[in-house]
Ligand binder design. Structure first.
Ligand code: ZN
Length: 63
């Protein structure tokens, strides 16, 4: 993957309720924030406790 492609890509997590969480780029910092946001939403909206691994498994990389 080139640097340009890495910058254009983003990571998306789609919750079962239809909500989308996006993190721009491939930076691990952004991914951490994405995981935290999903975990917070799962707890607040669905009373679900997601682990980091579970959220990681839900991440889709889109161009
Ligand atoms: Zn949800």
């Amino acid at each position: 993957m080139s640097t340009k492609e890495a910058l254009a890509a983003s990571k998306v997590v789609r919750c079962s309720c239809g909500l989308e969480f996006k993190a721009p780029g491939m930076a691990s910092e952004a991914e951490r924030h994405l995981i935290q946001a999903v975990k917070r939403h799962a707890k607040d909206a669905h009373d679900l406790d997601f682990g980091d691994e579970q959220v990681l498994a839900m991440i889709e990389v889109v161009a």
